[in-house]
Design a protein around this ligand. Structure first.
Ligand SMILES: CN(C)C(=N)NCCC[C@H](N)C(=O)O
Length: 295
């Protein structure tokens, strides 16, 4: 049981309102086009998540949704941003191909100088998770193993490839969540990974919080942590106690409508990780320096 309070750092997130959210096709086991969607409820649930981030002191940028791209609400899949450098996405399924360009355009028009259009399939933060020491990278269902080498070269961070083996956990962020990105602390569900990848995870994170199948099936690992507050699907009740014991503050979120598309808190939240030193060191201008530059 940890007694000291954990520090958190203010974050910048990119989110996309589910204005055009529908389930008209099925590209993961959670999607059933026969199931009705309550769109006003989906919007209200999404707004609640956005407002929670803002109330915690985080900045939320909004990406304009496009008609005909119902999965855009899962903004985490559109890119990976580390040190202000942006690796765009290349989606596996044709239904989502057009989203990649929308994200690239957003970054190019928002002061990001280093924006790379990827050569290989990668679904952004769906399959890339950033810890202090590594870039963890999922493969098996969506992102290509070739994208791992591409990300390592682009970000200059060691990439650890992890094999996903259960179709319900088709993205890394359904099975693993980084809790403390300054101290390499994670929580994960072992059953989503191959035996070899489980051994790698045990070696890298011997003290990880291990989720039960029940909490993983509630998409409890599709969570966002700022170092202290952990926003996670409220149905993942078994995770709340262990998180508190480690000094985190779990905050339950109801994104029930968006779960019907196969995503929850993390999927809706792309983290815009700035360069740690001067704002332009990683090629990105802060909004303040942008307005100074415009004067
Ligand atoms: C938590 N996950 C898996 C995400 N990062 N994204 C959700 C994507 C959902 C979309 N219908 C799809 O199947 O691509």
């Amino acid at each position: 049981m940890r007694t000291t309070q954990r520090a958190f750092t203010p974050r910048r997130y990119l989110m996309c309102p589910p204005v055009h959210f529908r389930v008209t096709y099925s590209i993961n086991p959670w999607m059933d086009p026969g199931k009705p969607i309550d769109l006003p409820l989906a919007l209200a649930q999404w707004e609640d998540l956005r407002d929670r981030y803002r109330a915690l002191g985080h900045t939320v940028e909004e990406l304009a949704p496009r008609p005909g791209l119902p999965d855009m609400v899962y903004a985490a899949n559109g890119a990976t941003v580390v040190d202000g450098r942006v690796l765009g996405a290349r989606f596996a399924h044709p239904e989502r191909w057009a989203e990649a360009e929308v994200h690239l355009k957003w970054f190019r028009t928002h002061g990001y100088a280093e924006v790379r259009e990827p050569a290989h399939i990668n679904e952004g933060e769906g399959d890339f998770a950033v810890t202090a020491s590594w870039l963890l990278a999922g493969r098996g269902f969506r992102s290509s193993p070739l994208s791992h080498a591409e990300a390592q070269e682009f970000f200059g961070r060691p990439v650890v490839g992890l094999d996903l083996v259960d179709p319900r956990y088709y993205h890394l962020d359904t099975a693993l969540c980084v809790l403390d990105d300054e101290g390499d602390e994670v929580m994960y569900y072992p059953g989503a990974f191959s035996a070899g990848s489980r051994a790698v995870l045990r070696r890298l994170f011997p003290d990880a919080l291990i989720a039960t199948e029940e909490d993983a099936a509630a998409l409890g690992l599709n969570a966002v942590s700022d170092g202290r507050h952990v926003l996670l699907p409220q149905a993942a009740v078994g995770l709340f106690g262990p998180l508190r014991e480690r000094g985190y503050e779990p905050i339950g979120i109801d994104l029930g409508e968006l779960l019907k598309g196969g995503g929850s808190v993390k999927c809706c939240t792309q983290e815009l990780r700035q360069a740690s030193s001067s704002p332009s060191a990683g090629g990105q201008l802060s909004p303040q320096s942008m307005s100074r530059a415009a004067l």
